[in-house]
Design a protein around this ligand. Structure first.
Ligand code: ZN
Length: 347
């Protein structure tokens, strides 16, 4: 099997929303629900990845089938409420580490990740997707960084004090409104100073180019696909893909059917061949050192041929069958992520 390092999952949200039982135990012992838990990660050779903390919008309903590609705009979240939820979900991450019997480690440097993986531990990065929890003075950022935060997306697909998230639209360009606010620009500079990775995946186009202009770090979109193949507002134009490659950055292939399929449909099935076409396209424009995986496990509907984390081997086998050599498969599965983390954080 090929070990996989993954750019995005929402298992903490799944556990946070769990109605019954102890969420830590559910993860560590394995509840078999959703896409991820620890026993299945070990079985699927999931070496590690970005564990997102995401604060759901108040009063957001589940999307209905006909809204799937064009849901209503998400409600905004107030800072203190977001901070409380963020601390609660971060606590889940640390309690999982404590309860895992040394099988799961929250890592703060690239060297720690390599050591953890070599020791057979799942290596986790503390990531926040949409930083409503952080104040305009960035005081909460200092504290979260000290607690182990190493990566953040300034916005999810909704507006906050830092910028304008790209709403989910299909078909649509990602050019849906203004870019970063002044507070958002200050956030990017502070992330650069603290070596916190900035994730571009939910920014709109103007926000993306604002970060490209300001940031001194490689440009990273942890879970996005090629707009040329699936015209979702969430996907990247060829110019964006090229800019990411040029910066020494990274794109994680999102497994969500709705960001892969040419018709943008969420609920319909989708084969691994579509994923290969996106990988080919991303590599054509970014280069083969700047593409990897960003599953969106526990955050999206994904191809049945993967099913859950134990099906990652079907994806890496599909890469081999598609003609990628072993070295390229290893780069896409994990090594490119390791290198961009080293470039962003220092090793
Ligand atoms: Zn996301």
């Amino acid at each position: 099997m090929v070990p996989v390092f993954d750019g995005h999952n929402d298992v903490l949200l799944r556990l946070w929303l769990k109605k019954a039982g102890d969420p830590v135990e559910a993860f560590v012992k394995g509840d078999g629900e959703g896409h991820l838990d620890l026993p299945r990660m070990i079985k699927g050779d999931f070496a590690g990845g970005f564990f997102a903390i995401f604060v759901p919008s108040p009063e957001d309903k589940d999307w209905t089938d006909d809204e799937e590609a064009n849901p209503p705009p998400a409600n905004q979240v107030a800072q203190l409420a977001a901070l409380a939820t963020t601390i609660g979900m971060a606590s889940l991450l640390f309690r999982i580490e404590q309860a895992s019997g040394d099988k799961f480690k929250v890592c703060r440097t690239a060297a720690e990740i390599r050591t953890a993986i070599a020791a057979g531990q799942v290596a986790a990065i503390f990531h926040i997707e949409g930083v409503e929890a952080i104040d305009a003075d960035l005081k909460a950022l200092d504290v979260l960084h000290q607690a182990g935060l190493r990566s953040l997306g300034p916005v999810w697909s909704r507006d906050n004090i830092f910028g304008h998230g790209v709403p989910f639209r299909f078909p649509s360009s990602g050019d849906t409104g203004p870019g970063l606010t002044e507070a958002g620009k200050a956030l990017i500079r502070r992330c650069n100073a603290l070596n916190i990775m900035v994730d571009l995946s939910h920014l709109n186009e103007k926000g993306f180019w604002d970060v490209a202009e300001i940031s001194t770090a490689p440009l990273v979109a942890t879970h996005s696909n090629a707009h040329a193949l699936c015209a979702s507002s969430r996907n990247l134009t060829d110019d964006q893909i090229k800019a990411i490659g040029k910066s020494g950055g990274m794109i994680g292939l999102n497994f969500a059917n709705g960001f892969l399929r040419a018709d943008g449909k969420w609920m319909s099935e989708n084969g691994l061949d579509t994923m290969m076409r996106h990988l080919d396209h991303l590599m054509k424009h970014a280069g083969e050192d700047h593409v990897g995986l960003g599953s969106d496990f526990d955050g999206a509907r994904i191809p049945a041929q993967i099913g859950d984390v134990t099906g990652l081997t079907n994806l890496t086998s599909a890469m081999t069958a598609h003609g990628y050599g072993q070295e390229l498969v290893n780069k896409l599965a994990s090594e490119n992520w390791m290198k961009v983390l080293e470039r962003t954080w220092g090793s």
